[in-house]
Design a binder for this molecule. Structure first.
Ligand code: SF4
Length: 233
């Protein structure tokens, strides 16, 4: 099962068959087609990801979960991680930058994120992500089509050519309201900053509050053209 090499055509067919189905069916597809050691949920502890932790552990209690620790996450993000560990028994695997914040400041100058956020994201997110994905044959993400134009055509299942593994996006068809209804209905722990006008939460220096009526992702990298850290480009 785990040694199967998927063709793009097979993945396209799988994606089409899952398109109109509930997100749980996409997770069941992964669980049926990959060894548990070969797939993992990328968890940033946002609303979509906590919903997926609930779904995934209900289907595959021993499934792997990983997160990227940039050393700049909010304390509240670590708090929700601890709550998920307690409630669902997950063991989130931490992937972080090879350099400390002090080392990065020495090499590139203080507060790199204020000057070159792409370089900072490369060092603290993209390289650790590539390391995490190199251990896997498939990854599950919480991206939704209505989050950004860059995600509007995201399939349920596809070949991730950038990282060379299968990518599963069970929540592509859900809206933000769908996610929050699911969280409330199932009493899933979530980041308390969401109740304080932080709809999208990343690293502390690059996340600002968003006022009602503004684009939910406008609080990320405010002042830059940047809207994505590159994980899903
Ligand atoms: S989100 Fe900001 S602080 Fe975090 S890695 Fe990217 S640029 Fe650096």
């Amino acid at each position: 099962m785990s040694s199967k090499t998927w063709t793009e055509e097979e993945l396209k067919k799988a994606s089409e068959s899952l398109e109109g189905k509930a997100p749980e069916e996409a997770i069941k597809w992964v669980a049926a087609n990959f060894d548990v050691k070969d797939f993992s949920l990328a968890c940033s502890f946002g609303p979509e990801d906590v919903a997926l932790v609930h779904m995934l552990t209900g289907i595959k209690p021993d499934a792997r979960v990983f997160y990227l620790d940039t050393d700049l996450l909010f304390k509240e993000s670590h708090d929700v991680k601890e709550k998920l560990i307690k409630k669902y028994g997950i063991k989130p695997e931490r992937y972080g930058a090879k350099t400390t914040l002090d080392e990065m400041a020495k090499e590139h100058g203080a507060e790199l994120w204020k000057r070159e956020p792409d370089k900072c994201c490369d060092i603290r997110k993209m390289i650790p992500l590539a390391t995490a994905l190199s251990t896997l044959k498939a990854w599950i993400t919480g991206i939704r089509r209505d989050q950004a134009p860059t995600r509007a055509n995201a399939p349920v299942v596809s070949w991730d050519a950038k990282f060379k593994l299968v990518k599963i996006n069970p929540l592509v068809r859900w809206t933000s309201d769908d996610v929050w209804n699911y969280i409330r209905k199932n009493d899933i722990p979530y980041n308390v900053l969401h109740d304080k006008n932080y709809p999208s939460i990343g690293c502390e220096p690059c996340t600002k509050q968003v006022m009602p009526g503004e684009d939910p992702r406008s609080g990320r990298w405010a002042g830059f053209q940047k809207t994505e850290c590159g994980l899903h480009k």
